[in-house]
Design a protein. Structure first.
Length: 198
């Protein structure tokens, strides 16, 4: 989702191959043995991490997101790292507590702590820093959405109202709708290309 947002904002056309992770095509595993998504295949490099794809897109299209001052850039770096590591760790053990043998409520509280921290940093202008979408927005909103999906009633009952409003704005945006289109899984013998963004 994060990589698709960056590609959409930059209007960079690419061939999209939707895959089922339970049935990974051999062509995918030949490109990246990690077997994870997303993967972006370029002429001279293969990127198989969301953050790497986002940074590649931004480096070639610097005007698609809000320009950050030094303080905002530092906040972005710290918060993206926090969500990529600690928040995701606890999110997985909250959502999939049966798989991990974890106590869901304990990990939910750890996620809550991070969301309350974020709530203090959100502006009143729509997105995190201003009325312009930023690298921080596209990097962490998908994680917050996954937290919400785990128990919507719980999420909406919490006091981090600015986080809740931020997610509502995101989910009602044209950007969100454009990346959430459902595609049929790609087949090895498929001749027709699926172009994204369309």
């Amino acid at each position: 989702m994060r990589a698709r947002m960056a590609l959409k904002l930059a209007n960079l056309k690419c061939e999209l191959r939707e895959v089922e992770l339970k049935n990974k095509p051999e062509e995918m595993l030949q490109i990246s043995s990690k077997g994870t998504v997303p993967i972006l295949v370029l002429d001279d490099v293969i990127l198989d991490e969301s953050n790497d794809i986002i940074h590649w897109v931004i480096s070639n299209n610097p005007n698609i997101l809000m320009s950050l001052d030094d303080e905002q850039a530092q906040q972005t770096s710290k918060l993206v790292d926090l969500f990529d590591t600690e928040f995701k760790y606890h999110l997985d053990r909250y959502k999939y507590h049966q798989r991990y043998g974890s106590i869901a409520t304990e990990h939910r509280e750890k996620c809550d702590d991070i969301l309350y921290l974020l709530d203090q940093k959100i502006s009143k202008d729509g997105w995190i820093f201003s009325d312009e979408i930023s690298l921080l927005d596209i990097s962490i909103l998908p994680f917050i959405r996954q937290f919400k999906i785990a128990d919507e009633g719980y999420f909406y009952s919490q006091n981090y109202q600015k986080v809740i409003n931020l997610l509502k704005r995101f989910e009602s945006s044209e950007l969100f709708e454009s990346i959430m289109h459902k595609y049929e899984p790609w087949q090895s013998n498929q001749a027709e290309q699926t172009i994204f963004p369309c």
